[in-house]
Design a protein around this ligand. Sequence first.
Ligand code: NZQ
Ligand code: ZN
Length: 387
Amino acid sequence: MINFNLQLPVHLFFGKDAHKNIASQIPSGSKVLVTYGGGSIKSNGVYDKVMAALEGFDVVEFGGIEANPEYDTLLRALDIIKKENITFMLAVGGGSVIDGTKFLSSAALYQGESPWDILQKGIRTEVGLPFGTVLTLPATGSEMNSGAVISRKSMNQKRPMGGPGLFPKFSICDPTVVASLPERQLSNGIVDAFTHVMEQYMTYPTAATLQDRISEGILATLIEIAPKVMKDPSDYDTAANFMWCCNMALNGIIQKGVPTDWSIHALGHEITALYGIDHARTLAIVLPSMYRYKADKKGAKLAQFAERVLGLSGSEAELATKAVDAIENFFHSLNVPTKLSAYEGMDAADKAPISIVENLEKVRTIKLGEHGDILRDDALTVLNSAY
Ligand code: NZQ
Ligand code: ZN
C-alpha cells in the first residue's frame, strides 16, 4: 500500500433538521456572508431554514453563483467581503456554490497581485477565510474536501484549485433536500459520484484490499439505489444513502494508499470549458471511450469490478468488455448520453476532439492517467471515439 497522510477536519452534521446545528458552529460576533446560486434555495425552503438558524448574526447575502462558478461573478462577491469586513461565510448550494465559496475563502486572504494567480499559478491555499456549507445537491463531495474548480468563460478555462486551508469548518447534509432536485441533477449526481470512485479505483491491482472493498461498496450502492432515487427522490432512506455515497466517493478516504487516474475529469473539464456541458455529463462522455482504449492496462480491475460488483463471470478480457458495456448502460438508464454528438451546438466530428485537446494543452502538458501514459494523441483518439 502506498504511504499516505489523511486529514478529515470537516464536522459533518448529517440527517433531518441538521441545519439546527449551524448557529453553534459559527463563532459568535461573526459577520456572515451567505452565498447561494440561482434561487433554488428560495423555492425549496432551504433559504428560510438557514436564515432562521442565523438569527442574531450580522448577515450579508450574495446570490447568483452559477453552475460552473464563474470567476467574474466571484470577484463581485470578493468586493463585498472586503467592503463589509466579512469574517465567516456560509455556502448554501451544490458543488458550484461551495466551490465558488472556497475560491472566495482563498482570495479574501490572498496577498498577491491578482486572485487569478491562485488558479493560473496553481497556488495552494494554506489558510482561508473560514466557511461552512449547507449542501443542497449530493454529487461532488465538495462539502467534505478541500478542492474546487472555477470557470472563466471569457478565456474558455475551467481550473482546479485547493489546499488544506479550504476544508469547510462544518457541513450540513440534510437528505430531505434531495426531494426538490430535478431529474437532470439527480442523474448528474449519481454519475459524478460513480466516476469519482472509478477515478480512484479503476487503475491496476495493488495491495489496498480495504480501499477496493470500500470503493466496490459505494459503486454497488449507487447502482442499487439509482433507480429508486430517480423514481422517488422524496424517499428519505434512499436519499440519505445517495447523499452518503456522494460524500464517501470524494471525501479523501478511498484515494489513500492507491494510484489514481483523474484523466476523465481532466478531459471533462475542458469539454465544460468549451461547450458548457454539465460536469457529470462530460464524464459520461469520456469514461466508456477511455476505458475501452485503456482496457489492456485496466483489464484486471475492470474484471474485478465485473465479478465483485456486477456478479459476472468469464475470462479477464470478456469481463473487461462486459464491465464497460454495463457502465455505459448504467449511464443510459439515467438518461445520460455517452457521446459528444448527443449535444446540440457541438462542433463537427473533425473539430470538437481537437479543440478539447488544444484547450487542455494551453495550460498543461498532456500526460494523464495512473501511468502518465495518456498523451496528446491518446487523448485525441479517446475523444474521437467519444464523438
Ligand atoms: O443555482 P441554483 O438555483 O441553486 O440551482 C442549482 C443549479 O442550477 C440546482 N440545484 C442545487 N440544489 C438544488 C437545485 N435545484 C433544486 N433543488 C435543489 N436542492 O442544480 C444546478 C446545478 O448545481 P451545481 O452546484 O452546479 O451542481 P453540482 O453539485 O453537480 O456541482 C458541479 C460543480 O462542481 C464541480 C464541477 O466541476 C462543477 O463546477 N466539482 C467539484 C468538485 C469538488 N469540489 O470536489 C469535484 C467534482 O469532480 C467537480 O469537478
Ligand atoms: Zn466530478
